[in-house]
Design a protein around this ligand. Sequence first.
Ligand code: MG
Length: 260
Amino acid sequence: MPTHPIAAFALAAAAAAAAPALALAQQPTVKPEETEVWSPVPEIVTPGATCADAPSDAIRLFDGVDLHEWVAAGTKEPARWKVHDGVVTVDKKAGDIETKRAFGNYQLHLEWQVPANITGSGQARGNSGVFLATLGNDGYELQIVDSYENKTYVNGQAGSMYKQSPPLVNAMRKPGEWQVYDVVWTAPTFDADGTLKTPARVTAFHNGVLVQNDYALKGTTQYIGQPWYRAHGPSPIRLQAHGDPSPPISFRNIWIRELP
Ligand code: MG
């Protein structure tokens, strides 16, 4: 054995370099082809012109023309929010609207705008919300509110899962500018007896910025008290007509891709 420290180091380094080659040599002979997967072949989807545009396999929930995919929440009558100039503006008197269709897991794109003439503060400033699955008056709300230089409780600002999970960052644009939500929703699953099997999970981007990273919900989002789960299957998506007195917000370009 060399006694010189540098010589000892060189020997050790040479042994370390030889080790991976030895490990490879000891492995059974495998071909690259053995770890290739050729089927099933992913379906071809034609993407939109930009990432905001619906890809070929999306359902357009609102394309600026009418609200045929929506009904008034509760009554299921035709949705009465006003469509104009390619956008739909919340009618607070008409109440919430929800999709006619029910969804399980999905990818959702939705654009919303707090008007430039917004008034109020805290939660009373452009409040709305998108319930990623709605169960009557209950559900899982991804909050919509003006969070541009407008302080409120952080688990109630834009991009929060209401009163459960604050957004990772505040990516809010100014009132008058369009905001974009891109959401991946994994619905909760339940055992036959109704107990929770796997929680709902949400990943959300606000204006392209990650604000919810695979967050596991504790249950439906509650204004008062703790979240809780009750068994449900595929559910509509609901947009909130919040009763705050500030001027109403608008939506445009809403599309969804159902996921397995
Ligand atoms: Mg809200």
